[in-house]
Design a protein around this ligand. Structure first.
Ligand code: PAF
Length: 282
């Protein structure tokens, strides 16, 4: 496995590769990332992982400075799984002030975008840059960041990028908590409580599968249940998988409906995200 930090060296290394599968990350790798890297092997003969904490996708009061940077440990974990690790310094990706950005679709200002203005613009911009640098045949992203994956799919489709986007399933701890680099911000007490977000979404999923169609009420109840346990809820939303628009409770639309329940909420100082898919097939 080669660790490369410049675009020129990376291009020289990848120039003769037949098929490239790419997993972009911000490092501090956990089993969720490693699972994507393993899966990448099915999509390309050369597997590239990138590690870059992208300043453009963090707001001024967010955790860019304290985001865990663990390059050595990350490379040790990738050994034997990836062929190339691209770990550029910030000035390799942004040699001058970035003045050209990807304008993401309107859904980028809803859900996570409502409280993180500019986040998806910064994310989409760096993903486009990384795809142009690596030029992979396939790129893999976790479903844990469901809205991110949706926006990347839209960008790739609407900008005609020659890459296949593959979504990887969320990897969970034994109790169900979705793995995330930010979980390490949780205190021991918060870590015990954190799984309640997933349990809440699962409860909603069960209710929908059993026939509940008042999605507004379901959302409100979930927010109340979380707030009662001192969560600061950002949103809980039942949406269509296809376009992330609010799911309609109209009975006629229900056959073969693919929904997703998404949530973001803060526990102490840690913002947690999760989602579960619900497929209603008659
Ligand atoms: O999901 C992430 O880790 C980041 O948003 C990504 C896709 C690597 C872009 O910086």
């Amino acid at each position: 496995m080669q660790v490369i930090s410049t675009i020129a060296e990376l291009r020289a290394r990848l120039g003769n590769e037949r098929t490239i599968a790419f997993v972009p990350t911000m490092g501090n790798l956990h089993e969720g990332h490693l699972n994507l890297v393993r899966q990448a092997r099915e999509h390309g003969s050369c597997v590239v992982a990138s590690i870059f904490v992208n300043p453009l996708q963090f707001g001024p009061s967010e955790d860019f400075d304290r985001y865990p940077r663990t390059l050595e440990a990350d490379c040790a974990q990738l050994h034997g799984l990836a062929d190339v690790v691209f770990a550029p310094p910030a000035n390799e990706i942004y040699p001058a002030q970035q003045t050209v950005f990807v304008e993401p679709p309107p859904i980028a200002s809803e859900l996570c975008g409502a409280t993180r203005p500019g986040h998806f613009r910064g994310m989409a911009t760096v993903v486009l840059k990384l795809l142009n640098i690596v030029q992979p045949h396939a790129a893999l992203f976790g479903k844990k960041d469901y809205q991110q994956l949706h926006i990347i799919r839209r960008m790739v489709s609407e900008l005609n990028l020659p890459v296949r986007i593959v979504g990887g399933e969320t990897v969970r701890a034994a109790d169900g908590l979705a793995l995330s680099s930010r979980n390490q911000y949780l205190s021991a007490g918060e870590r015990g409580e954190a799984v309640f977000l997933y349990r809440t979404l699962q409860g909603m999923r069960q209710a929908i599968l059993q026939g509940e169609r008042d999605f507004e009420r379901l959302q409100e109840r979930a927010v109340e249940a979380l707030a009662a346990r001192d969560w600061l809820v950002d949103y809980v939303a039942v949406r269509n998988q296809s376009d992330l628009q609010p799911a309609s409770p109209v009975k006629d639309d229900l056959a073969q409906r693919e929904l997703v329940i998404l949530a973001a909420a803060q526990l102490g100082n840690t913002r947690l995200l999760d989602n579960v898919e619900v497929c209603l097939v008659d």
